[in-house]
Design a protein around this ligand. Structure first.
Ligand code: PFF
Length: 454
C-alpha cells in the first residue's frame, strides 16, 4: 500500500515543525532538565548541555529525519531501505529495533511522571496549594508518591490517553493538539518566569544556571548532559525518524530542524528560569531536590500568587499535554512497524504496545519508594532512565551519524538535504562525520569507565 495512505502525511512544513516540537517539548524540558541541572551543579552542566545540543543534537537530528524521509516507512523498515540502498549488511537495521525497544522503555517511566502531572491538575484545581509553604508542599508530594493506587490510576489514565491518539493516527490525532496547545504552554511559562522575577530570587537562579563553575561537574554529569540532549530532542530512537517519514518531500530539512531544536532549548531554559527563582527564594527548598523539584517548587509559587489556582491548574494541564504529544511519538515507531510488516490494524498494534509499556510503568511504581536514601535494590524507574538516556539513545545517535556521514551515498544525502552547493552543507557533513561521533564516543567511554571501572 502507498505509505502516504497507510500512515498519513503532514499537511505542510509547519505541521511537521509543530508535531516534531510537540514530540521534543515535554517532561524532558519542564520536569527533567531543571532537576538534572540542579543535581549536577547548575552552570557548567547547562553549558555542556548547550554544546551537546549544538554539536551533536541538532546535526544528528537532521541525519535521523533524513533517513526517515528517504525510507518513507517505520524506522525499522526505513533503516532496511537505506541499508539496502547503500549495499550494506542488514545488521544496520538494528538501529530501528533498538529504537522501538527504547521507546517502550521510556514510555514506561514517562507515563508514570505524566501521571503525577495529571494528579497535580486536580490538586491545583481544588485549591490544595493555596497559601502553601515549601515544607508543606514537599510533605504532600512525598505522601502522594507512597500512594501506589493513586499512582497506578493516573499512570493508567495517561496510558489510555496516549493509546487513543496513536490509534487515531499520528497525523490526524496529533496535528490539532500541537497546533493549539503548544503556543499556550509558551505563554504560561512566560507568566511563571515573570512571577519568579518579581517574587523569587531571580539573581541567584541566574547565577546558578549560567555561572559556569566547572569544579561541580563530573564525567557522569557530562554523560547526563549528552544523554539529555538526545532525550529532549526525541533523538536516537526513531521517533523523529518516524515523523520524518511523514514529511513532505519539498520541505527544507536544515532550517526546519534548527527551528525545532531552538524552540526546544528555549522552553527548557525558560522552565529553568521559572523554577529556580522560586527554589532559591523559598526556605526549605533546594536545587538538588531530584525528580520532585517541579512538583514541590511550583505549588509554592501558585499557592501564593494572584489567581494562582487558575494558573496552577492551567500549568499542569499544559505539562500533561506536552507529555502527551511526546508520549505519542514514543509508541509510534513500533506501531508503524506492526502495521507495515505484520499487517496489524492500528488499534490492535497500539493497544499491544501501550500495554507492554504500561506493565513497565507498573514495575516503576511497585519497585520504588521514591525516597532519597534508598536501600540497595533494583529500581525500575532509575534503571530504565539510565539505560535509555545514557546508553541506548546516544548509541543510536552514534550509529545514525556514522551511517549518514560515512555510509550513505553523498549524492543522496545532498539531495535529501536539498543543499546542492550550499556552504553550510559541508560544515554539517563534517560535524556529522567527525565531531558528533567522536564526542559521543569519548563521553560514553570516559563516563562509563568512571562509573563502573574506576
Ligand atoms: N523529548 C521528550 C521530552 O523531552 O519530554 C521525550 C521523548 C519523546 C524522548 C520521544 C524520546 C522520544 F522518542
Amino acid at each position: 500500500m502507498d505509505q502516504r495512505k497507510m500512515h498519513g502525511m503532514w499537511g505542510s512544513r509547519w505541521t511537521f515543525i509543530l508535531a516534531a516540537t510537540g514530540s521534543a517539548v515535554g517532561l524532558g524540558n519542564i520536569w527533567k532538565f531543571p532537576y538534572i541541572a540542579g543535581e549536577n551543579g547548575g552552570g557548567a552542566f547547562v553549558l555542556v548541555y548547550l554544546v551537546c545540543i549544538a554539536l551533536v543534537g541538532i546535526p544528528v537530528m537532521m541525519a535521523e529525519v533524513l533517513i526517515g524521509r528517504r525510507g518513507r516507512m517505520s524506522p525499522i523498515n526505513a533503516m532496511r531501505y537505506v541499508t539496502r540502498e547503500a549495499g550494506l549488511h542488514s545488521g544496520w537495521t538494528s538501529i530501528g529495533w533498538m529504537g522501538v525497544l527504547a521507546g517502550l522503555m521510556i514510555m514506561a517511566f514517562y507515563s508514570v511522571v505524566a501521571g503525577w502531572a495529571l494528579n497535580y491538575v486536580v490538586e491545583a484545581g481544588s485549591g490544595a496549594f493555596n497559601g502553601t509553604s515549601g515544607e508543606i508542599a514537599g510533605g504532600a508530594f512525598g505522601e502522594f508518591l507512597q500512594d501506589k493506587s493513586k499512582l497506578t490510576l493516573w499512570h493508567s489514565l495517561f496510558s489510555v490517553m496516549t493509546l487513543v491518539v496513536v490509534a487515531a493516527g499520528v497525523t490526524r490525532g496529533l496535528g490539532m493538539v500541537a497546533r493549539v496547545l503548544m503556543p499556550f504552554l509558551f505563554v504560561v511559562l512566560i507568566l511563571l518566569l515573570a512571577y519568579g522575577f518579581k517574587n523569587g530570587d531571580f539573581g541567584a537562579a541566574f547565577n546558578f544556571l549560567f555561572d559556569f563553575k566547572f569544579d561541580k561537574l563530573t564525567w557522569g554529569g557530562v554523560l547526563v548532559a549528552l544523554g539529555h540532549a538526545f532525550f529532549t530532542l526525541s533523538l536516537g530512537m526513531g521517533a523523529i525518524m518516524a515523523y520524518g517519514a511523514y514529511m513532505p518531500g519539498h520541505a527544507s530539512l536544515g532550517r526546519t530542524i534548527i527551528t525545532v531544536g531552538l524552540l526546544d532549548t528555549l522552553v527548557a531554559l525558560i522552565a529553568g528560569m521559572a523554577i529556580f527563582p522560586i527554589v532559591f527564594g523559598t526556605p526549605g527548598l533546594e536545587a538538588g531536590a531530584g525528580p520532585g523539584l517541579m512538583f514541590v517548587s511550583l505549588p509554592v509559587a501558585f499557592g501564593n500568587m494572584a489567581a494562582g489556582q487558575l494558573f496552577g491548574t492551567l500549568f499542569f494541564v499544559l505539562v500533561a499535554v506536552a507529555a502527551w504529544s511526546s508520549a505519542v511519538s514514543l509508541i509510534e515507531p513500533g506501531v508503524a512497524w506492526l502495521v507495515e510488516s505484520k499487517k496489524f490494524n492500528r488499534i490492535t498494534a497500539t493497544t499491544a504496545l501501550t500495554l507492554l509499556a504500561w506493565l513497565g510503568g507498573m514495575g516503576c511504581i511497585w519497585s520504588n519508594n521514591w525516597l532519597e536514601d534508598k536501600p540497595a535494590g533494583v529500581y525500575v524507574f532509575e534503571s530504565l532512565d539510565f539505560l535509555t538516556s545514557q546508553i541506548m539513545l546516544p548509541l543510536g545517535g552514534l550509529f545514525i551519524a556514522i551511517f549518514v556521514g560515512w555510509l550513505m551515498r553523498r549524492a543522496i544525502v545532498c539531495s535529501e538535504m536539498d543543499a546542492e552547493g550550499h556552504p553550510l552543507f559541508d560544515i554539517w557533513l563534517f560535524v556529522v562525520r567527525y565531531v558528533s561521533p567522536i564526542l559521543i564516543a569519548i563521553v560514553m567511554i570516559l563516563s562509563l569507565y568512571n562509573k563502573f571501572v574506576a
